[in-house]
Design a protein around this ligand. Structure first.
Ligand code: MSP
Length: 523
């Protein structure tokens, strides 16, 4: 984002992840989606801000640290440094900021926010008695639980809940039921997909209870400013990250205050469907209580399943991203999850499906097209892109592709966006098959036609590189280099709105052969 830009940033967030363990592909799924969404917007020329981070307080993290005989702060410091940050780097995530809930910039702003809510009369002392799932870090209602031979289990973690009986501070969540209902009824885009919105509306149509927002039986958390024997409930602390990271509560003239003005409200909170209520009910109520605007959209995606169940480390079904990227590469990983699973639905990961798509869509349709083109330009045109040609039908199809893909990507339909782009890739393959440049090359009388075909193919691939860049940055950069397209600037500078200008790739660009974009898989 340019420092002097007055335009509000398109602000996207991921959940902040618990650092009781290393990341698995469920976490990577959301973070890659956010990365594709923000990279797409950056290439539209929109000022963008992308935040991710870690949720470090609460009993879940504290108990894991205890079990490992390590102080909680040392535990989280080590995991963030050794596992989380390197994981996002390896997956080529271009986040603008990384927030940790143990950082002072967060804890101070949380305390200020809480104090303001208390001063405004939205917080009162009460007693909480009821079931709590440490896996979810959530106070449960008896109706939420499943009965296993008399034992009450959390339906998400399949583990027994604990009974909490504490004097706590409460937030008047119930005061906001009507305003929230009105908000979701009037703004269908505020909670998506439709199934998530319906779930939230029906929850709000039932009884909404006030929320305990502090805990008094352990101390791994942010002290409640007026009652330091209690720590802030981990979700109340964590939800605030989206706003503390961009300067919540800071003086409007300060750096933080100016950042807040340019960023808040968030445009999209990406969340898994298991944490929808926190984001679509509790979080906007907290903001309403503080007189702040609520987020533009909460989008709940589905779960990656293993054996029909939510994949998770606690159920020992967690797969590390590196297990997959070591075999398929980072870009194939990013592509596969966005392409194979409709965003908003559950999906099962399978090695077979991923292997099949890698070979047919990435290696054959896309990678081979690029290597055939560079080989032909080298062989028939001395390695130099010929003069621009009229793209005709291909150019028309490209215009339609860009508009379909743009609409889909902006609506978080990553699958639809990628499909439109890959259909265009298929069409260029067909064009090459139909025009048979290797036959044209046999007769010098066909030189003009041959150059037209090769230009159009190269130009189509130039567009593919730009359109797929948000999904597969590294591969598309390589392709950009091998097309000799750097005279147009770097690939990140290419604008989605200009991709369809047929004739962009300049004549004379020097093409170079590169290693296959998607090498044959080892067994
Ligand atoms: N710390 C909270 C979020 C606080 S946000 C203010 C939390 N952390 S988590 O690490 O348990 O989960 C983070 C996200 O990962 C959630 O959106 C969750 O849905 C997602 N996933 C965890 N397992 C998943 C799958 N198997 N599949 C897809 N996403 C999954 O909740």
């Amino acid at each position: 984002m340019s420092a002097d830009s007055r335009e509000k940033s398109y602000y996207v967030t991921t959940p902040i992840y618990y650092v009781n363990d290393a990341p698995h592909i469920g976490h990577a799924y959301t973070t890659v989606a956010g990365d594709v969404l923000t990279r797409w917007h950056r290439q539209k020329g929109v000022p963008t801000w992308y935040l991710t981070g870690t949720d470090e307080h609460g009993q879940k993290v504290m108990r894991t640290a205890d079990a490992n005989n390590v102080a909680p702060q040392d535990w989280v410091d080590k995991l963030v440094a050794d596992a989380w940050l390197p994981n996002w780097k390896a997956l080529n995530i271009a986040n603008d900021d990384f927030i940790r809930t143990t950082s002072e910039r967060h804890t101070k702003r949380v305390q200020n926010f809480l104090q303001k809510l208390k001063d405004a009369g939205f917080i009162y002392a009460g007693k909480f008695e009821g079931p709590y799932c440490v896996g979810c870090e959530e106070f449960k209602l008896p109706g939420d639980l499943i009965d296993d031979k008399g034992q009450k289990l959390c339906p998400i973690h399949s583990k027994p809940v604990e009974i909490v009986d504490e004097d706590n501070w409460f937030f008047k969540l119930s005061d906001f039921r009507e305003s929230l209902l009105k908000h979701y009824k009037e703004n269908p885009e505020a909670c998506q997909p439709e199934s998530a919105r319906n779930e939230v509306i029906s929850f709000l149509e039932g009884e909404v209870r006030d929320l305990s927002i502090s805990r008094s039986t352990f101390n791994w958390g942010i002290p409640v400013p007026w009652d330091t024997k209690q720590v802030v409930y981990v979700w109340f602390d964590a939800l605030l990250n989206y706003a503390t990271a961009v300067g919540l509560g800071d003086n409007p003239d300060s750096e933080g205050g100016q950042k807040f003005a340019k960023t808040w409200p968030a445009d999209v909170h990406l969340v898994g469907k298991d944490i929808l209520r926190f984001h679509a009910v509790i979080w906007p109520a907290m903001l309403m209580a503080a007189g702040l605007p609520v987020p533009g959209k909460v989008f709940a995606h589905g779960w990656l399943l293993v054996g029909g169940e939510k994949m998770s480390k606690s159920k020992l079904t967690g797969i590390a991203p590196s297990d997959i990227t070591n075999h398929f590469g980072v870009d194939a990983f990013r592509y596969y999850f966005m392409r194979a699973i409709p965003f908003g639905s559950d999906g099962s990961f399978s090695w077979e499906d991923m292997g099949a798509r890698y070979t047919s869509e990435l290696a054959n349709d896309f990678g081979n097209l690029a290597s055939r083109l560079t080989a032909m330009i080298e062989k028939y045109c001395d390695g130099v892109i010929p003069a621009p040609a009229n793209g005709g039908e291909l150019a028309e199809l490209l215009s339609k592709t860009v508009s379909t893909a743009d609409n889909a990507m902006c609506a978080l339909d990553f699958q639809g966006g990628i499909l439109a782009i890959m259909d265009f890739c298929k069409r260029i393959n067909l064009y090459v098959t139909e025009t048979e440049p290797w036959v044209l090359a046999k007769d010098s009388a066909n030189k003009a036609k041959l150059e037209e075909v090769l230009y159009n193919t190269a130009e189509g691939i130039r567009a593919l590189a730009v359109l797929l860049h948000p999904v597969m940055p590294e591969t598309c950069e390589k392709l950009w280099d091998s097309l000799g397209a750097n005279t147009l600037g770097s690939i990140s500078e290419q604008k989605i709105g200009e991709v369809a200008n047929w004739g962009t790739l300049p004549a004379g660009s020097k093409v170079s052969k590169s290693a296959p974009l998607f090498p044959r898989l080892e067994e």
